[in-house]
Design a protein around this ligand. Structure first.
Ligand SMILES: Cc1cc2nc3c(=O)[nH]c(=O)nc-3n(C[C@H](O)[C@H](O)[C@H](O)COP(=O)(O)OP(=O)(O)OC[C@H]3O[C@@H](n4cnc5c(N)ncnc54)[C@H](O)[C@@H]3O)c2cc1C
Length: 419
């Protein structure tokens, strides 16, 4: 897998950061320079806190700079599942916050003039009759939630919006959309920096010593802080052992074709699209007219063999027009999946907050998650606590056996995708 990340090749935001060298004291330390971390930093700095963000690689290096760019309300778990976990009243509050997350993303893009090509419009596509039923149910559910009504497209109306023979129907969605996620992450980080956050790259946290005053170790310096926000996503590993077993890093992959005039005809309304399979296809046009096509998963997080060919074959199954397409970029990243696919936020101590488990549904929600963590640090944890009250279970077998346990569970869903 060597072709590289399209977003890196089209990065527009220059951000200057450096590694931590020496010991510092701060009000709040943040682990992770993805959208969760930079958003928390921005909101805390704007509240007047002294903030140090510690990123092991570069800002946006993780899922935030690699994803499909699909801006989605809701969660990795369906709203019905969320309701079964927390009850109807809190499920509605969570849904409303997920809409707020989408609004916040667009507001930040506007406010800071972030060059990340925001587009609104989405198609949820049905591959099989079961999916068409699920779309009708979703339409019904969304109307109860007060969401703008989507229309179910079929036949010619569908073909006019999505020039593919693969789908039976699609539900339109005028809330979701897409962005260039790396430029968005970097733009938000730049805003956090301008607000006073110290951004440290190439600074991996190796140890956290809890206490009223926290001691956070990195290879070339120590951070002493009153609060810690842990937002290392799928890349945190076992640094914070008590929360490690609740998420499973899963690899997912994207290709970008060469620039082609005909991608405009494939999705003339420039919506983002995803199907309803468990191992789903998700795709959209890029601002420079490539087809960005994502899918496949790897539970070992190692890239599957012949990835370029198999990803292109998946794209051609949707758009036979791509029969002569050239793959110019291929990359992947890890998604932090929770067992029930609901976000996993909480505390490890009164002064240590964590944000994880976005389950492939984090482009919009991470921004709000950072804001909620900032509210919690400031002593206004009501909204954070609605998320923190979602019950979660560890993957069976703990950190070491997470992969085989999930494989068993997902084999069932893969088989179901085939039916
Ligand atoms: C290929 C792919 C496609 C996706 N597509 C979509 C999509 O279309 N729509 C959607 O909504 N979601 C999508 N997602 C999910 C979405 O990208 C994530 O939910 C979101 O970016 C998570 O952001 P984050 O800030 O929590 O974590 P990340 O962006 O992963 O950031 C975590 C950061 O923490 C750092 N870190 C970890 N450990 C340490 C440590 N010890 N010390 C210092 N730093 C550390 C990492 O280096 C990393 O940069 C996708 C994910 C992937 C990988």
């Amino acid at each position: 897998m060597t072709l590289g990340n399209y977003y890196e090749a089209t990065r527009l935001v220059n951000l200057t950061t450096s590694p931590l060298n020496g010991d510092i004291t701060t009000d709040v330390a943040i682990i992770g320079g993805g959208i969760s971390g930079v958003s928390a930093a921005l909101h805390l700095a704007e509240r007047g806190y002294k903030v140090a963000l510690l990123e092991a690689e570069q800002i946006g290096w993780g899922a935030s700079g690699r994803n499909g760019g699909q801006v989605l309300p809701g969660f990795g778990a369906s709203q019905t599942k969320i309701k079964s976990l927390v009850g109807a009243a809190n499920a509605k509050k969570l849904w409303d916050m997920s809409i707020e997350a989408v609004d916040l993303l667009h507001a930040q893009i506007q406010r800071f003039g972030i060059p990340c090509n925001p587009e609104i419009g989405y198609l949820h596509a049905a591959v099989k009759p079961r999916h068409v039923r699920e779309l009708r149910e979703a339409q019904e559910e969304l109307s109860h939630l007060g969401a703008p009504p989507g229309s179910l497209l079929e036949g010619e109306a569908l073909r006019a919006r999505l020039a593919s023979p693969r789908y039976l129907a699609a539900l339109t969605d005028n809330v979701a959309g897409h962005i260039h996620p790396l430029n968005y992450t970097l733009g938000l980080a730049k805003a956090a920096q301008a607000a006073g956050t110290a951004l440290f790259s190439q600074t991996r946290v190796t140890k956290v010593e809890p206490g009223k005053t926290l001691k956070i170790s990195t290879p070339r310096g120590t951070v002493t802080a009153n609060f810690l926000i842990c937002s290392g996503g799928a890349y945190l590993g076992n640094l914070m052992r008590p929360i490690a077993g609740y998420i499973m890093p899963v690899g997912t992959y994207i290709i970008a074709t060469e620039q082609r005039a005909d991608v405009v005809e494939m999705i003339p309304g420039n919506e983002a699209v995803a199907d309803l399979n468990f191992v789903l296809d998700y795709f959209r046009r890029s601002a420079d007219n490539r087809m960005l096509f994502g899918g496949r998963v790897s539970y070992s997080t190692l890239p599957p063999p012949s990835l370029k060919q198999s990803m292109l074959a998946r794209a051609q199954r949707v758009f036979p027009q791509l029969h002569n397409a050239r793959v110019e970029y291929l990359w992947g990243g890890n998604v932090d999946i929770s067992r029930n696919r609901a976000p996993h936020f909480g505390r490890l101590a009164d002064n240590i907050f964590f944000l994880q488990g976005f389950s492939g549904h984090g482009v919009a929600l991470t921004g709000l998650a950072g804001k909620l963590a900032a509210e919690a640090v400031a002593g206004q944890a009501e909204r954070f606590d609605i998320f923190a009250a979602i019950p979660h279970a560890k993957f069976p077998g703990g950190a070491k056996l997470r992969v085989p346990a999930l494989l068993l569970a997902t084999t069932y869903f893969r088989l179901r995708d085939m039916l």
